[in-house]
Write a protein that binds this ligand. Structure first.
Ligand SMILES: [Zn+2]
Length: 390
């Protein structure tokens, strides 16, 4: 058994405790938390300065893009960013597997215990099979040419099968409302069968513009590349109304990723249909690409279930959930650390139904992370992770 004392313990299934004691089995299974010191000195108490919290859940990542670190132009806006990806994917295929492994290791070291990873190929299977991180892979498809919907879907199903035959949790998902034909979308939803869904959503202001007005930077970029935007262009509906609500039941569990430009009425539209929507934010990627962040105070006012992702190293310089939280608290100092940690740990575990993760509930084995270099209960630019148990 181990007993760990820290300046603050944030259990997430109960209120934060100052100078409390966390008791756990040697394998990391939580026994209980007390305010009082142990009555015997049979076990040496490990004492730390900092905040103790459960392991982080990274709900949005693209390990496959790990080799693109530092290659993409910053602050270029999403359309230009998306345009660069295929060229860079081609360039450095050789480094792919090494960089995926590095990405996985960096996440372990930064206290991440579970990841929702976007997979367009089977390139990550080997590393995921060997990693202590619990992965769910979103096998993601895109393609606007409706004549290619069937072959793209079949290829996706083959990739999905490879994950499943390697005992890896996976589900079929669309990339974004603007990048998938209606035929492909319907095919994906038919095969997803109420499994975990995820979609990039309202990441650029020009996404809604494409659907509502038939113009804007994103529409221009896609049309210039000869993409068949068909019914998407000027559909008179926003991204959600076009690609999600007509096809999915109200109790479908869905992870909406980014939502940087979701207005109050966009959010109301989602909430009036879906009872089980989760809102994933990737602040550092938004900052990298758009130099903008979502309006978290609006999200909080609406009571959204918020989760946190790192996105990929194509649009980030680290794979650390703590670094994401530091940026949020820096720009939104009113949001308390224990609330940020409930986004970063508890809500993600709930979305994936990783029942043993996300809180210090007795019997859980959530990983134990110490956040050092804090100012009381606040994060500082120097705050860093020390993994005490995984
Ligand atoms: Zn992404």
């Amino acid at each position: 058994m181990r007993i760990i004392q820290a300046s603050y313990i944030i259990p997430l299934n109960s209120a934060p405790i100052a100078n409390g004691y966390l008791y756990m089995e040697d394998d990391g299974t939580i026994i209980h938390i007390t305010k009082e010191a142990p009555i015997t000195d049979q076990f040496k108490v490990e004492e730390y300065d900092g905040i103790l919290c459960p392991g982080f859940i990274n709900t949005h990542c693209h390990l496959e893009l790990s080799h693109m670190k530092g290659m993409m132009t910053e602050a270029s806006g999403l359309p230009a960013f998306v345009d660069q990806i295929p060229k860079q994917r081609q360039k450095s295929k050789l480094d792919l597997s090494r960089s995926i492994k590095q990405g996985d290791e960096e996440m372990q070291q930064s206290g991440i215990v579970a990841v929702g990873d976007i997979s367009n190929t089977d390139a990550t299977i080997e590393i995921k099979s060997e990693s202590p991180i619990q992965y769910h892979s979103f096998v993601e498809l895109f393609g606007l040419n409706k004549n290619e919907a069937t072959p793209i879907l079949n290829e996706g199903l083959q990739t999905l099968k490879k994950f499943e035959t390697n005992d890896l949790s996976a589900s079929l998902v669309p990339h974004a409302p603007y990048s998938v034909s209606i035929d492909l979308l319907k095919g994906i939803y038919a095969h997803n069968k109420k499994n975990l869904l995820s979609i990039h959503h309202q990441e650029t202001p020009s996404e809604n513009e494409l659907f509502l007005e038939g113009q804007g930077e994103l529409a221009d970029m896609l049309l210039k590349k000869g993409r068949d935007l068909g019914a998407h262009l000027n559909a008179g509906k926003n991204a959600t109304e076009f690609s999600l609500t007509p096809y999915l039941s109200t109790d479908q569990k869905i992870l909406l990723v980014h939502n940087t430009y979701s207005s109050a009425s966009d959010i109301n539209g989602v909430l009036s249909h879906f009872t089980n929507a989760y809102w994933c934010t990737c602040p550092k990627a938004n900052w990298y690409i758009e130099r903008d962040l979502p309006d978290y105070n609006l999200w909080r006012k609406k009571g959204l279930k918020i989760t946190v992702g790192t996105d990929s190293l194509a649009s980030n310089d680290s794979m650390s959930i703590l670094e994401e939280l530091k940026l949020i608290q820096n720009k939104f100092p009113n949001i308390p650390t224990h609330e940020l940690l409930s986004w970063a740990c508890k809500n993600g575990a709930e979305y994936f139904e990783f029942d043993s993760l996300g809180s210090f509930k007795a019997g859980n084995k959530p990983g134990v992370v110490l956040i050092e270099q804090v100012d009381g209960l606040r994060l500082t630019p120097e705050s860093r992770v020390r993994v005490l148990s995984r």
